[in-house]
Structure formats: structure tokens, C-alpha cells
Design a protein around this ligand. Sequence first.
Ligand SMILES: [Zn+2]
Length: 455
Amino acid sequence: MSTLWLSHPQAIFTGTGADSDGSAAGGVVVDTAAGTIVELVGSGTRPTTPPDETYDASAHVVIPGLINTHHHFYQTLTRAWAPVVNVPLFPWLVNLYPVWARLTPRALELATTVAMAELLRSGCTTAADHHYLFPDGMEDSIDIQVAAARALGMRATLTRGSMTLGTKDGGLPPQSTVQDPDVILADSQRLIDTYHERGDGALIQIALAPCSPFSVTTRIMSDSAELAAANDVRLHTHLAETIDEEDFCRERFGMRTVEYLDSVGWLTSRTWLGHGIHFDDDEIARLGAAGTAVAHCPTSNMRLASGICRAVELEDAGVPVGLGVDGSASNDASNMILEVRQAMYLQRLRYGAEKVTTERALGWATKGSARALGRSDVGELAPGKQADLAMFRLDDLRFSGSHDPLAALLLCGADRADRVMIGGTWRVTDSEIVGLDVPALIAEHSELARALVAG
Ligand SMILES: [Zn+2]
């Protein structure tokens, strides 16, 4: 055991309520060898056992590492691309699919590193990615992403996505980007067997993720649900993002989105859904009863004018609500702490300021997101949990004159963590990612992004 006391932060958000009664005011003690939290230190007290090291956190606000539940890392190659800057989801997709179909292994490797690095610097310690593009030559996409996540030391839920319904069968994606269901299922099993870690402290987890109702067949939906249950891994897809999608489901399947989800065996607590905007009262109750989770993606929903997720009603109904930045072609930033701010403000428009507190918004990005990913070992600062945390300084111009440090983090728009720890190891110090050459990464990633768009 090797202990480090992060002492006397300006404020701490534990996600458990221990922050509000002062029982964590003295900071947190982590066992850096085991990678877990061993103690919260009360106001005016010291750790029960003298720590091996002490870090003076008096300039910092400490929060659990943020958890991103929905992304498409490869899309960092097509940020702010002029043809899709001012359009909604369906034309946005139809314009982008042919560009994405040219993805290369090296471009995906760099795009994954860029997205995760950006997330990490914003205080994120666990990230889910939804990768559903496997054109010829990209069969090893998830293997590439596993290696990139391991190199950064971030926790990742990498989803083996899929598309099976091409334009020739009435779907939206071009035929060259869809795959045979047997190939998808065999590769899903291979990835689970090779990479999926179980239990507390897992770094890499695999989930199964057919892309959306308008890009996959019902068969791959139900087969994926069966395979996920047999292997005890999670299920992810886009659902109820737009009215266009709802119309598609009515016309093709003769039912609304949640009914469709149920019909293919997905209305379970194993599932988390990207977006989840257009649900009626009955659907919210059904999702809550099933324990199906929702990844709220406020910036993307505003960018594509998709609608406002009914996050508070979903949560009140029993739905685990997490946050996601969504893919970089519709956000276009991978900044989790700014996404918490966006979520708080967007949801205030629907529910009012009193109901959507800073603590509630931070709760979505931490414990709520952890539940969406099926994890109980991260998302809170408490003894026994993983030592995943983010520390922000408040000495920048934007915070000058602020009073409540935790509120200032969101209200004044913190955008970059000073230090980030994952499993007891510092991955960000002085706002820089340990061991990553960011200028070199930007140079090559930008060059490949230009080449991808040029064709
Ligand atoms: Zn998405």
C-alpha cells in the first residue's frame, strides 16, 4: 500500500452527499498502488493513518473523473466540415457516409487518440465509443482503438458497432459500409473473448452496438441482444434522436421506437441508448421500469436541432441518465466538463433552474454515466471506488470574482483540468497529458483529415 493524501481542496464533489456535510472537506486519500480510494477526510481532521505522501490541493476543485457515454472518435476527422455545418441529422449523415467510407487504419488510430486526449484534458477518465464503420481494410478497427486507449491509460467501453441495412434495402448508409450479419457476430465474439475485462478496475470493456433503426436489420438487433446476454456484455444503439427516425420506424416496422426496441429484445437494463429524445410519457415509464439507460448529448442535439431530451422525467422514472459529447462531426468538441455545463443549461430551459442544479448535472456525468455503462466502481469518490478523479484550478481570468468554487466550475465555464488521475496514476499534470506529443499528433491527424475529405 502506498498512500497519497490530496489535502484540503477548495471544494469537493463526491457524488455521494459526503461533500455537503463536510465529511470530505479535508480531501481524499488514495492507494496509488491498488488504484483505489481508501478514505475521505473530514473537515478539520487528518487521515486515520499518516499518508506516505501529501499533495496540497488547496488551489483545486476535486470531482470524480467524468464519464463519457456516447461518442464516435473517428469523426474528429470531419469536424466543422462546411457541407454539413447547417443541416439536420439525415442529410448530415447522407453527406458524410461517403467520406467516412474512406477511413484508414492510421486515421482511426490518430482520431481515437485525439478524441481521448481531448476528453482526458477536460477531466474525463472513462469513455465509451460507438464505432460502426468497417469498410474493406478496416476489419481491425476495434483492435486499433484498444491499443490507442491502452497507450493513454484511459478506461474505455469500446463498442463493436454495425450497419447491415444499406441503400439497396431501404436503409440510409451506402452499400460499401454495411456488413454481413455473420461476419459482425463472429467478430463481436472474437472481440469479447480477446479484450473484455470484468470486475472492478476494468480498463477495457467491449459492448455490442448496431448503429440505429435506419441502418440495421431487425435480425442483427435480436442476434446482438442474444449474444450480449450470453456473454454478459452491454448493448448500445442510437434511439429516438429525431422525428425522421420515428417516421422511419413507423413506416418500416409499423411501430414507435420503444416498441421496436422491445420487439428485438433490447428493452432491458443491459441497454444504454444514445440521445433518447422523442419519448412519450408511456415510453418513459417503460424505459424506467426496464432500467434501460440514456446517454444525453445536449450539444449534438442543439447542433443538429434534434430536440431536447426529457432527462429529468427519465431520471425520475428510474432511467439511469448519463452524458455524452457525441461524435465530433456533430458537437464538434470532445470536452466533458463543458458538456456538463451544456446539459445543465439546456435542461434548465425545460425544467427550470431549481430542478437542474450543478450537483444534478455533475451527477449525470459521473454516477449516472457509470450506471449507463454498467459500472459501480467509478463515478463517485468513496472508499473502495477506483481512484479516478479530476482536479480543476480556479485561478484563471474566467473565475476571478467567483464565490462558490463548485458552481464556478460550471457557471464560469472551466474547460481544462489541471490534473487527472486514473486508477491511482496521474495521466494529466499541469494540464498536459503525460507522455503524449500533442503538436505531432495534431500535425498528422490534420493532414489525414484533409486527405479523407479530399478523397
Ligand atoms: Zn451518435
